[in-house]
Structures are given as structure tokens and as C-alpha cells.
Design a protein around this ligand. Structure first.
Ligand SMILES: [Zn+2]
Ligand SMILES: [Zn+2]
Length: 325
């Protein structure tokens, strides 16, 4: 985990509810050490992470290394969520012919560490209309304990190419925006949220991954998140969740510790709306390394409590469980 000396940004809610102050927290090494200790002692006791990538997909280490780290952190539950196979060449997903091996490996860890930590099996399943398999198929084939649905690749009806909105490279985002939408950001963002809504309606994942990931490479270059059309689109998506599903929205901390975003996915304003609409949330670090398991989770908890959330949702082998915060 690398943190810059000049620090990073973290947005907390101020009053009145609609206004936020941007607070810059600068970490010296001593402060960072204190924060990590604080994480270990206060936050990490009795918590969990449901969004974890190991070397079965684009994560970096063996699943057992994450289990060992989670035990050190005092987690009661760790869920593995490899990117589900997709029917085209790529360097991020689990390969179709390794599905059984993945399922067997995670279940074996569950047995090995029984009594110390609950190990759950899941997948982060891409939704690309007309291309990806149904989430329900993956759930039954792998006997998954829960499912995470996400949009990383946006499809249009007109073109064959997909718009890759994730990953480390801003250039791929810009290239896709130009190729698929002639640089029209509003069209691109509408296509993204429409695909998310279609996923909610047709796939009903247990958890929706990084709801506003589309903002990551925008960096206020093409649109501002307080523009009316953007807010209306997000609101429509949230209404789709409440009216048409019982999906949980994840609060994903990866953008912050990877320094790709200065807020969580989703950001504070959307979190406020989630709270207002009583949409359940969970907290995930989307770890691709064992050291990322608790990245920025304490800060997320502070923000969630400030907004008024009283609980997070996680899973056990029987289904959803509430964790008071
Ligand atoms: Zn993702
Ligand atoms: Zn992920």
C-alpha cells in the first residue's frame, strides 16, 4: 500500500445535509502509523470484506494470503469475488476452465479456517447486454453464497466495440468515449447508468459494485457531478433499486487507496440519497492484494455514521446479516 507524503483527500458531510466540505487530510509517516494502528485496534475488530480478488483473476496473491491477513485484522467474514468469466479474450477475469478449481479452492479454505473466520464464495459478474451470461447461471453453477454485479464495459446498440470505463488508464476511457459516443459525455454516462439499471432489472445481483465508477476517469474534465442531468440520472438509478429490487449497494473504497478518485464509489451525495431511500449498504475494499483489505474502511465508516447509517449488510452461509456500526 503506498500513500503519498502530501496526503490525499476525503470528503465528509457537513451540515446542512446537502453541503459538503472537502477536508484534506495530510498524513505524515507518524500519523499514518497511528491511523493504521487505529484501524487494527478499533475498526477491524469484528468486520468483514466481501469484495476480494485473488490470483484466480486480476488479484495478485493466493487466496490463503488474504485469509491470513483478514484473520490478523480480526475480520469475522471474508468473501472472495473473482471476476466471472466473460466470452472474450481479456486479462482480468477468471478463465472458464478454472471455475471448478476456484470454487474448490475457496471452499477448501472455508473448511481449513472454520472456527477462525467465515469464508464465502462469490463472483463479481460483469453485465454486458447480449454478451455476458446471466448472474443466476453463475450463482447456480458455482453455488455462490452471494453475487456482485457490476458494469465495467459499456455497450451501445450501434457499435461492436465496448467502452472500458475502469482500469488504470485514463487514455482508454477517453478513447472509448470518442469512438463510441463521438466524445459526447452525456450520451456515454447515460449509456452507463442505463446498463446499470438494466442489470438491476434483469439480473438482480445481491450487491451492486461501485455504482458511480463512471466518474473515476472523468475527474471533472467532461462533466460535474452536481449538473442536473447527472443528478437526475443517478436518482433514476436509485429509484430503480428501491422500486424494482432488493439489491444492496456497496461502498467501495478502492478509488481512494489507489488514488484514482477523491471520494468513495459512490460518493457522499449519493450515499446521502441511499440513506434517505433506506437502501441497504455494505462496505468493501475491492482488494486485489491482502494489504488492501482494510484500505480506507475506517474513513468510510466515519462518513457512513455521519450520514446516519446504523448498519451494514454482510452475508453468512444462510443469507444476509446486519452488522451494527
Ligand atoms: Zn469492479
Ligand atoms: Zn472488483
Amino acid at each position: 500500500m503506498s500513500w503519498s507524503e502530501e496526503g490525499t483527500k476525503f470528503i465528509r458531510r457537513s451540515t446542512p445535509i446537502e453541503n459538503y466540505n472537502r477536508i484534506k487530510i495530510c498524513f505524515t509517516n507518524a500519523q499514518l502509523y497511528a491511523l493504521v494502528l487505529h484501524n487494527l485496534i478499533i475498526f477491524c475488530m469484528n468486520y468483514f470484506n466481501l469484495h476480494t480478488h485473488s490470483y484466480f483473476c486480476d488479484g495478485k496473491e493466493a487466496p490463503e494470503e488474504y485469509v491470513k491477513r483478514a484473520i490478523v485484522l480480526g475480520y469475522h467474514t471474508l468473501g472472495f469475488s473473482s471476476h466471472a468469466p466473460v466470452p472474450f479474450e481479456n486479462n482480468f477475469s477468471l478463465k472458464e476452465d478454472r471455475m471448478d478449481e476456484y470454487v474448490t479452492a475457496i471452499r477448501a479454505l472455508g473448511e481449513k479456517y472454520k472456527g477462525k473466520i467465515n469464508i464465502l464464495l462469490s463472483m463479481e459478474i460483469d453485465y454486458i447486454p447480449g454478451i455476458t451470461r446471466n448472474i443466476a447461471d453463475f450463482k447456480s453453477v458455482g453455488s455462490l453464497d452471494y453475487t456482485i454485479g457490476g458494469v465495467h464495459l459499456v455497450r451501445t446498440k450501434e457499435k461492436e466495440d465496448l467502452w472500458f470505463i475502469d482500469g488504470p488508464k485514463q487514455e482508454s476511457y477517453d478513447l472509448g468515449l470518442n469512438n463510441l459516443f463521438n466524445g459526447n459525455i452525456r450520451k456515454g454516462v447515460e449509456a452507463y447508468y442505463n446498463q446499470v439499471m438494466e442489470m438491476i432489472l434483469t439480473q438482480k445481483p445481491d450487491i451492486i459494485a461501485h455504482l458511480d465508477k463512471i466518474k473515476m476517469h472523468n475527474k471533472n474534465r467532461f462533466f460535474a457531478e452536481d449538473e442536473k442531468w447527472y443528478r437526475d440520472l443517478v436518482w433514476k438509478t436509485l429509484k430503480c433499486i428501491t422500486d424494482e429490487s432488493d439489491c444492496i449497494v456497496e461502498v467501495n473504497t478502492r478509488g481512494l487507496y489507489k488514488k484514482r478518485s477523491d471520494t468513495f464509489f459512490p460518493g457522499p451525495e449519493i450515499l446521502e440519497q441511499l440513506h434517505h431511500l433506506k437502501i441497504p449498504v455494505t462496505l468493501s475494499s475491492d482488494a486485489h492484494l491482502p494489504l488492501e483489505l482494510n484500505g480506507y474502511c475506517e474513513e468510510a465508516l466515519v462518513l457512513l455514521k455521519e450520514i446516519g447509517f446504523k448498519e451494514l449488510i454482510y452475508f453468512n452461509s444462510s443469507g444476509r446479516v446486519k452488522q451494527n456500526i
